[in-house]
Structures are given as structure tokens and as C-alpha cells.
Design a protein around this ligand. Structure first.
Ligand SMILES: O=C(CO)COP(=O)(O)O
Length: 245
């Protein structure tokens, strides 16, 4: 399976900085499939910078409805229309800051699929859940509730992002990542059948150039969802280069 290295730029940067970062990624891309997910207002200009390059563009969220009276929201169609091919859904920051439930994420993923976008659905346990030994159960439940039917057939992507590893410089051990990714694969194959062997499972949470190779060597890790390190083109590209080809 071709790895996917995705950058989640979150709420960072000016338009000029977004364009420069996109140019830096475009100039250095080789090997892995790359995706950048800028803030919504930068989607179109970044898509223009990356037009004709192998670097894809994704949004960080979309609404579940195709259109309507939803002030401040963006539909999947709008995101697609301005040049995005992917959308991150159910990131823990949205689950925490906007109260998004598994059912909300599932509805958004359905809207994304209907609009021809590839959803990247995020799951992950909190530190308290990990300490209570509940990480695998939490992630399995989130997957069951957040993924719509047809997810695997449409090429949907899953990102495992332990909440306590995001932006903290801490990561699970390689054995812990391998265990969760193995559990996720099993649960996807159980629900969607053998085609889910081809579902990309990304790891996210403090991925850096220095720890990427170890994480990428693990079974059932098919790429990464990178936050902070994706804001520096050289670091993002170094992470992509760490994937064994
Ligand atoms: O939340 C993340 C990506 O979606 C991970 O962020 P960091 O790479 O900054 O830990």
C-alpha cells in the first residue's frame, strides 16, 4: 500500500505563509503520497499552488448537510469545489471543542463520501482512558460509531491519534501503536470485509523526523497525520522520506 503523509496545519499561518509552505512541500515531494490540510480560508489558494503537483489538499472539517442555513459552516461540496480531495473529520480537537459525537462524525463522513471527498476519520483515547486500560475499547467503539457503511469501499482513511500525544512531544511506545493499529485493522475487516486490508491507517500525535522511521516500520501503519512538524516544509518532507519504500 502506498503510504500517505498528511499535514494538518490546524489554525496556523497567514495566506502568504500558507502559500510558501505549500510551495516548499511541492518543491521537495518524492516517494510517498502527500496531503496538506490548511485552514479553510487558505484551501483554494493552496490548491492553486499545488495544481498539477502530486501533493493533494484537504479540509479540516465539513458540515453534514449539503447546504442550508448553517452560518459559518462549509459543506463537503464547497470544499471539493475549491480543490480539496480529502477532509479530516472527528479530530479530537473538534470532538473536544465542538462537542462532536461519533454520530456527528459519521454524518459528516457520509456527506464527504457523497461529495466525492475522501474522509480521514480520527479516533483516539484520552490519557485517563489509556491509564484505565481502555484504549483499544475506546478506539474500537469510536470506529464503529464514526464510520459510515461504504467507508472502506470508497477509500476512506482512519487516523489513530491518542489525545495525550497531540502536541505534547509524547508518543505511545511502538508496541502500543502496533497493538492499536492491529486492533483497528481487525475491527475494520470484521465490519467491511477483506477490502479493509487496503484501508490506510495513519498514526498521529507528535510525529517528528526523528521518530517517524520507527513508527512507519510497524505493521498496519500506512502513514501519518502530522500537526506541528507539518508547518515546516523540511520537517514534513523528512517525515515522508522516513517511510520505507
Ligand atoms: O493532531 C495532530 C494531527 O492531526 C497531531 O499534532 P502534532 O503532530 O502537533 O502532535
Amino acid at each position: 500500500m502506498r503510504p500517505l503523509i498528511a499535514g494538518n496545519w490546524k489554525m496556523h499561518g497567514t495566506l502568504r505563509e500558507a502559500a510558501r509552505l505549500a510551495e516548499g512541500v511541492r518543491e521537495g515531494v518524492k516517494g510517498a503520497d502527500l496531503l496538506v490540510c490548511p485552514p479553510a480560508v487558505h484551501l483554494h489558494p493552496v490548491a492553486v499552488v499545488l495544481l498539477g503537483s502530486p501533493v493533494a489538499v484537504g479540509a479540516q472539517d465539513c458540515h453534514a448537510a449539503a447546504k442550508g442555513a448553517h452560518t459559518g459552516d462549509l459543506s463537503a461540496e464547497m470544499v471539493r469545489d475549491v480543490g480539496a480531495t480529502h477532509v479530516i473529520l472527528g479530530h479530537s480537537e473538534r470532538r473536544a471543542n465542538h462537542g462532536e459525537t461519533d454520530a456527528d462524525v459519521r454524518a459528516k463522513a457520509e456527506a464527504a463520501l457523497a461529495a466525492g471527498l475522501i474522509p480521514i476519520v480520527c479516533v483516539g483515547e484520552t490519557e485517563a482512558e489509556r491509564l484505565a486500560g481502555e484504549a483499544e475499547a475506546v478506539v474500537t467503539k469510536q470506529l464503529a460509531g464514526s464510520l459510515p457503511d461504504g467507508f472502506a469501499a470508497a477509500g476512506g482513511i482512519v487516523a489513530y491519534e491518542p489525545v495525550w500525544a497531540i502536541g505534547t512531544g509524547r508518543t505511545p511506545t511502538e508496541a502500543e501503536v502496533a497493538a492499536i493499529h492491529g486492533t483497528m485493522r481487525q475491527s475494520l475487516v470484521g465490519r467491511f470485509g477483506e477490502k479493509a486490508q487496503g484501508t490506510r491507517l495513519l498514526y498521529g500525535g507528535s510525529v517528528k523526523p526523528g521518530n517517524a522511521a520507527g513508527i512507519f516500520a510497524l505493521a498496519n501503519v500506512d502513514g501519518a497525520l502530522v500537526g506541528g512538524a507539518s508547518l515546516v516544509a523540511a520537517d514534513f518532507l523528512a517525515i515522508a522520506q522516513a517511510f520505507p519504500v
